[in-house]
Design a protein around this ligand. Structure first.
Ligand code: NDP
Length: 248
């Protein structure tokens, strides 16, 4: 089955410098979307923009720290400057500082709350005025199966993801006038860099092993995001779970 035509759809993606965000930008651009790439590692974004442009697509790179509301506002403004509008905001940037609650890694907790929850709120605050002016828009967020099956060491990470899930359902309930679409994508293990920064060696190595043995490619999640975006505006894909077939 072919995708619906998304040519010219303007999509801003946070966390586009690696993993799921990078794969999503690449896939959407291949199908004609105009993509704005946000993250802190601008060297990675610049390489991806060059690759997309070399392939005949259109893309811009913006340095964005999602914990800073002003840089997210600037990201949206630069997207609209470059492409004339904004159709979809993909709040995908995330961090996972996994550890047992008893270890009281308060710095890790703050980082996950700031990036995973506050970062999504900053995206909503930045994109909402544009969506309201246009009379339409689509928020997509990357949540997680961690919030569906709660396992040891992932409680705070899962809490931030479930906070976003709740937020998106609230936004959906407040948006029944047909202007906004909301989509929460819940991936299971996906082969990305997400767990490489976990401080605890045993937890990091266990997560890396799970990713290596059963993780699905980031492109699989990109296809799920593209599926939500390609629907006609009166069709909302609310929640999508996409995990390795072998994941418990
Ligand atoms: P990656 O580590 O590959 O990507 C994370 C992205 O987030 C990077 O582009 C990183 O860019 C960006 N990021 C982190 N902090 C910030 C910040 N403060 N400001 C802006 N960007 C930031 O991991 P994934 O692709 O796996 O993660 C993408 C999303 O998917 C996350 O929300 C994650 O929680 C979620 N997810 C991932 C799963 C998996 O198994 N991989 C499973 C379920 C959900 P930079 O460092 O350049 O700023």
């Amino acid at each position: 089955m072919k995708m619906n035509d998304i040519t010219g759809t303007v999509v801003a993606i946070t966390g586009a410098s690696s993993g799921i965000g990078e794969a999503t930008a690449r896939l959407l651009a291949e199908h004609g979307a105009l993509v704005a790439l946000g993250a802190r590692r601008t060297d990675r974004l610049d390489s991806l923009v060059a690759e997309i442009v070399a392939g005949g697509g259109r893309a811009i790179a913006c340095e964005v720290d999602v914990t800073s509301a002003s840089t997210v506002v600037d990201f949206v403004a630069r997207t609209v400057d470059a492409f004339g509008r904004l159709d979809v905001f993909v709040g995908n940037a995330g961090v996972s500082s996994l550890s047992p609650i008893s270890e009281l890694d308060t710095a890790g907790w703050s980082s996950m709350i700031d990036v995973n929850l506050r970062g999504v709120l900053n995206g909503i605050a930045a994109a909402m005025p544009v969506f309201q002016t246009q009379g339409r828009g689509h928020f997509v967020t990357t949540v997680s199966t961690s919030g569906i099956k709660i396992v040891p060491t992932q409680a705070v990470y899962a809490a931030t993801k479930n906070a976003v899930r709740t937020l998106m359902e609230g936004l959906r309930q407040e948006s029944t006038d047909g202007v906004l679409r909301t989509t929460s994508i819940s991936p299971g293990y996906v082969q990305t860099e997400l767990v490489d920064a976990i401080a605890d060696v045993r937890i990091r190595e266990a997560a890396q092993a799970s990713m290596a043995t059963m993780g699905i490619p980031a492109a699989a999640v990109a296809r799920a995001i593209a599926f939500a975006i390609e629907q006609p505006h009166d069709v909302e894909i609310g929640d999508l779970t996409i995990r390795p077939t072998r994941q418990g």
